[in-house]
Design a protein around this ligand. Structure first.
Ligand code: E4P
Length: 214
């Protein structure tokens, strides 16, 4: 499973990218809105210059025509832009039109397996099931990863599954076990992934022993 970061914050992206573990970035309108005094397109230029892998940029329009026009504009910013489209009937039409002209797409706000299957059949490069938001309403987000993964493998579907709306480290491990190709992870969860109290204790012990050697 590959790691994407789920943020529009350049410092966070640079920090994780410098560790050599980053395969891409996802943004959404809420994440972009948190970034003050920066235009969306300028921020996408900065992110795509920093990260070589896929950078998802979401359309705002709700009709297929609007999404297609916006998607083409976003894709023109850099070759590694992936156009993020919501899972609606118009979204599927936009995915088909954009994929027909070679533009990569990420169908977002996926909450059941049929949505993922339809998005894949429309030509989506990626589907993004939202684990945390399903957990929030008492459904099992991780089970959805299992189901989508089983269906995609059984039918030879090459669309990649991005485990999204990740809230904690266990989501990451379980998403990997259950067949997600990618997890898009918030910065604070990346920091949690690296930590273990025995690692800290071990470093402390090694330093103590080194400093007290005879
Ligand atoms: C995915 O691409 C979305 O940006 C994201 O994972 C949504 O997560 P949230 O439910 O924490 O807002």
């Amino acid at each position: 499973m590959k790691f994407f970061i789920d943020t529009a914050n350049l410092e966070e992206i640079r920090e994780i990218n410098s560790m050599g573990i980053l395969a891409g970035v996802t943004t959404n309108p809420s994440l972009v809105a948190k970034e003050k005094n920066v235009s969306f397109h300028d921020r996408l230029r900065e992110i795509t210059a920093e990260v070589q892998g896929s950078v998802s940029a979401e359309v705002i329009g709700l009709t297929a025509e609007e999404m297609i026009a916006e998607g083409k504009e976003l894709a023109a910013i850099a070759p590694n832009i992936t156009v993020k489209v919501p899972m609606t009937a118009d979204g599927l039409k936009a995915v088909k039109a954009l994929s027909d002209v070679g533009i990569k797409t990420n169908v977002t706000l996926i909450f059941n397996a049929n949505q993922a299957l339809m998005a894949a059949r429309a030509g989506a490069t990626y589907v993004s099931p939202f684990l945390g938001r399903l957990d929030d309403i008492g459904q099992n987000g991780l089970d959805l990863i299992d189901t989508i993964s089983t269906i995609f493998v059984q039918h030879g579907i090459r669309t990649e599954i991005i485990a999204a709306s990740i809230r904690h480290p266990l989501h990451v491990t379980e998403a990997a076990l259950r067949g997600a190709h990618i997890a898009t992870i918030p910065y604070k969860v990346f920091l949690q992934l690296m930590q273990h109290p025995l690692t800290d204790k071990g470093i402390e012990q090694f330093l103590h022993d080194w400093n007290n050697r005879s």
